[in-house]
Design a protein around this ligand. Structure first.
Ligand code: ZN
Length: 122
């Protein structure tokens, strides 16, 4: 991986990071609105238990999305650190170069495809 490629993937990662932060902000905003809405509903309609049930599910969904995004942010930051240490583009398992096609799809991939496949078959 030469300097030009590294710079290219760095830009990709920075864009992804920005997107993830935006998504995270949106989902936590939605989450807050849901909580405010549902708590308002609970006090004014104490007998609508079915509604409360859906709200809880919605809230859990929003939490799940939020935690998924922060995982992604963690992985992106990890990849950016690897760029700084000139370790970017190498598999953390076998130290072989990760193919560019794979990095195009998942710029923050830690493992090459064969290692990833092994990991998933465990
Ligand atoms: Zn590998």
């Amino acid at each position: 991986m030469d300097k030009k490629d590294t710079e290219y993937f760095k830009q990709l990662l920075l864009e992804l990071l920005k997107d993830s932060y935006d998504q995270l902000r949106d989902s936590s905003k939605e989450l807050n609105e849901n909580i405010i809405e549902s708590s308002g509903e609970v006090s004014s309609n104490p007998f609508h238990l079915a509604d409360i049930g859906t709200d809880v599910m919605e809230r859990e969904k929003a939490f799940m999305i939020a935690s998924m995004d922060s995982d992604e942010i963690f992985e992106i930051n990890h990849a950016l650190e690897k760029i700084d240490k000139s370790e970017f583009g190498y598999c953390e398992q076998c130290n072989h170069e990760i193919s560019k096609e794979r990095l195009e799809a998942v710029p923050y991939a830690r493992l090459c495809l064969p290692c990833k496949a092994k990991e998933e078959n465990k």
